[in-house]
Design a protein around this ligand. Sequence first.
Ligand SMILES: O=C(O)CNC(=O)[C@H](CS)NC(=O)CCC(=O)C(=O)O
Length: 271
Amino acid sequence: MRAALIQFTSSDDPQDNLARLRPLIAEGARDGAQLLCTPEVTNVVAPRDRLREVATTEDADPVLAGLREEASRHGLWIAAGSLAIRTDDPDGRLANRSFLLAPDGAIAARYDKIHMFDVDVSATETWRESKGFRPGDRAVTAALPFATLGLAICYDLRFPHLFRALAKAGAQVLLVPAAFTRPTGEAHWETLLRARAIETGCFVLAAAQTGEHAGRRLTHGHSLAVAPWGEVLADAGRAPGVTLVDLDLARVAEARRRIPALLHDRPFAGP
Ligand SMILES: O=C(O)CNC(=O)[C@H](CS)NC(=O)CCC(=O)C(=O)O
């Protein structure tokens, strides 16, 4: 199968983001991608107040509507990394929700980010994702004609048991759309993605936000594709654009045959 990672710098204006995404999708389609992945919060990256003002419901979100159009126009699958979506939460919290869009434009799966990034990265960089977003509580796989996908988002990457559960439920390709911070990206991003691939014997596809966003926020970039044995197949660097990668799904079974650790869980007591 051929996948495309769309690396992108989302602004705080969904219409602007959609307008800049369309040509990248056309490029991925022209180059034969069957599955196209976009980063976390593709529709809007903004400080909390602006985000709440801009985010709308699934029915009203222009980026979701536009991506559904693009999926059916080009007849390909789009994993809309995540979108910030208004919910019925009494406290007004949004969902950080991924959508898998089928080649006819239908919504084939949804996943709400489970783990909230409530972290003091440094003395000057602190995040309280749970103030703006309501966490999900359900892991999601989706069987496509050419591969079974496991869905995760950004900070979920640090919770290996989620990925193990996805692999055990049949996932062969794990998606990790992200908006990683610069300091944690430099220190951990590639290592964690390679570890999740090796542990699960899955391909990992991670489409990333890159560059400078509203409110002077910086993201790490380096959209990455990793093989089940752990090799980096593609690294998009810092520039926005489309990165193509060919996945030979037979490599999933091959990696798991060489190291059958997924079958070797044992109960234990303690510590
Ligand atoms: O708030 C938004 O706009 C959407 N959410 C995000 O971008 C989230 C929470 S701030 N970012 C991460 O999870 C980064 C994780 C990370 O960098 C790490 O694990 O090191």
